[in-house]
Write a protein that binds this ligand. Structure first.
Ligand code: SF4
Ligand code: SF4
Length: 209
């Protein structure tokens, strides 16, 4: 996690709410998409755990009032996530085509997308767990496919004492000890910080161990 990560959250509120009056704020989403496309091929879902304003909002704001239940397993399935990604792309494409290139209308489409998805994320975050939305977020799914095994988390099994402290703090509820090269790891580093044996680290290469 970066030093600025906890402070990214308000950006999602500014775009979603102030954007209703200032549609140009919606273009901030293009910056987000650009960052995702630049980072994912090298670091997988690193953006989600370090720079995503919505992810930060879920962790540091919604996390305070979250039910903190287990994220349902079926939401992690690509059988749900890939069709959802395609549906969202088709829907967004259709809405953008109907703007006829009018700058403010394009901005408003992006604002409404941000508002709608953020509202769903907050409801799921409060009732289930902060990062429930992130489990099947279309942009997260895209990053997990593009950067499938990039910058993987490694467990040194000789050092590990199986205390499972790492799994307890994982915001994505990953089975760290069972599947270390999980494409849904958002590279937040929380597991590394709590490990009492320094058994966890990131590896820059894409090779599997
Ligand atoms: S926190 Fe460290 S020592 Fe404990 S189970 Fe996880 S990797 Fe192993
Ligand atoms: S496995 Fe570690 S780095 Fe990856 S999401 Fe979970 S806590 Fe963060």
């Amino acid at each position: 996690m970066l030093k600025i990560t906890p402070y990214m959250g308000p950006l999602v509120i500014i775009v979603s709410i102030a954007g209703l009056w200032q549609p140009l704020l919606g273009y901030f989403m293009l910056l987000v998409f650009a960052a995702i496309f630049l980072i994912a091929p090298f670091r997988g879902r690193w953006f989600c755990g370090n720079l995503c304003p919505r992810g930060s909002f879920m962790d540091f704001w919604v996390g305070r009032i979250s039910g903190k239940k287990k994220i349902p397993k079926f939401l992690k399935s690509y059988w749900i996530r890939v069709p959802l990604f395609m549906l969202m792309m088709v829907f967004m494409g259709y809405r953008l085509m109907n703007t006829h290139g009018i700058v403010n209308q394009i901005g408003m489409v992006l604002v409404i997308m941000c508002l709608t998805t953020s509202a769903i994320a907050v409801v799921l975050g409060v009732t289930i767990a902060p990062r429930t939305w992130c489990t099947f977020c279309p942009m997260g799914t895209l990053q997990s496919i593009v950067g499938v095994n990039k910058y993987p988390l490694l467990v040194d099994i000789e050092k590990c004492i199986k205390c499972h402290k790492c799994e307890k703090v994982c915001p994505m509820h990953l089975n760290i000890l069972e599947i270390t090269h999980n494409p849904d790891c958002i590279k937040c580093g929380r597991c590394i910080d709590v490990c009492p044996k320094d058994a966890l680290s990131f590896k820059k290469s894409s090779r599997s161990s």
